[in-house]
Design a protein around this ligand. Structure first.
Ligand code: ATP
Ligand code: MG
Length: 297
């Protein structure tokens, strides 16, 4: 089971090479796809859900060949696109009923039960008569995941579902996904919020500019940054110098000067103290290290 991606490339008609020879093994459970804007996350997801064809490469989803068995794959897939919108004419329960019909639940009584259960599950039963486009941002996102889960898919692909949600809604959303991942299901969650990955995924990939720059457990990415985060105390004048020398993660005013946290292999010329990294530091370290932006000059 799971997903296997081999030598996957996507070149858009305008020449944009959005995916460059991607190789990934995605096991069952929650898989995090982390990366900055333009990394290629949505492109990869649109290919996996058979909405767009790759330029080259091979993808196997739960034993089905993506290029030859698109229909079979669509039947076992749930997808929440990044820019999911609702038609104005549907009430919340009508929308979910419509989604259930699209995903092949034809019998009305079966559908009613599935819709009611799902509304209950995502905490929208009380607002089921409200027009979907009048729901709050968090509620809309929950209705979005409800339509992706309604037919109990084996593979769930959600594209940046937590962007713009308050912390409580983000946790709620993550928990909904975690619950769905319990039954041998593969979930791919794309995000640029490091915290979403560290709290839910055992396995992840970091994408940047169409390439996979890290693949493994979040803890392994964390290990990369051990001994690479530093705390430096500097005066106001020196702050600008440090800023040019190293990637700065945080700057705290101390009254007499500044405490600056930076990521670097080593810090020269300053009285620096090593600091335990978190996944966000590891992300910055990994991206900067790969880009080599700070070590070349
Ligand atoms: N339809 C398109 N035609 C041409 N280029 C595109 C198209 N869609 C995306 N791209 C380009 O492909 C690259 C990857 O875009 P993509 O949307 O997959 O990134 P992303 O990781 O999802 O970014 P974000 O975090 O902003 O959603 C970018 O350079 C983008 O400009
Ligand atoms: Mg995207």
């Amino acid at each position: 089971m799971g997903i296997s991606i081999k030598n996957l490339n996507k070149v858009y008609p305008n020449g944009n090479h959005a995916l460059k020879d991607i190789n990934l093994e995605i096991p069952t459970g929650m898989f995090g796809l982390l990366g900055p804007n333009g990394a290629g996350k949505s492109t990869l997801m649109r290919i996996l859900v058979a909405l767009m064809e790759p330029s080259s490469g091979k993808v196997d989803i739960c034993g089905y060949d993506l290029m030859k068995q698109r229909k079979e794959i669509r039947a076992i897939l749930g997808y929440l696109p990044q820019d999911f919108r609702f038609f104005a004419k549907y009430k919340t329960y009508e929308f979910l009923d419509y989604a259930a019909r699209l995903s092949g639940i034809t019998r009305k009584s079966v559908r009613k039960q599935a819709v009611d259960e799902m509304l209950e599950n995502v905490g929208l039963f009380d607002v089921r008569d409200r027009y979907a486009n009048k729901l709050s941002g968090g509620m809309k996102r929950r209705l979005g995941i409800a339509q992706a889960l309604i037919h109990h898919p084996k593979v769930i692909i959600v594209d940046e579902p937590t962007t713009g949600l308050d912390p409580e809604e983000r946790i709620r959303f993550r928990n909904l996904l975690s619950e769905a991942s319990e039954n041998d299901v593969t979930i791919i969650l794309s995000t640029h919020i490091v915290g979403d990955i560290s709290s839910t995924c055992n396995c992840m990939a970091l994408m940047n500019k169409g390439e996979v720059s890290f693949y493994g457990a979040p803890q392994d990415m964390l290990k990369q940054a051990e001994g690479k985060v530093w705390r430096i105390r500097v005066s106001g004048d020196e702050l600008h110098k440090v800023d040019k020398l190293y990637p700065v993660i945080s700057t705290i005013p101390l009254g007499t000067g500044w405490e600056v946290q930076v990521v670097a292999d080593e810090v020269k010329g300053y009285d620096a103290e090593s600091y335990p990294p978190n996944l966000e530091h590891a992300y910055v370290y990994y991206m900067e290290n790969k880009l080599n932006r700070w070590t070349n000059d």
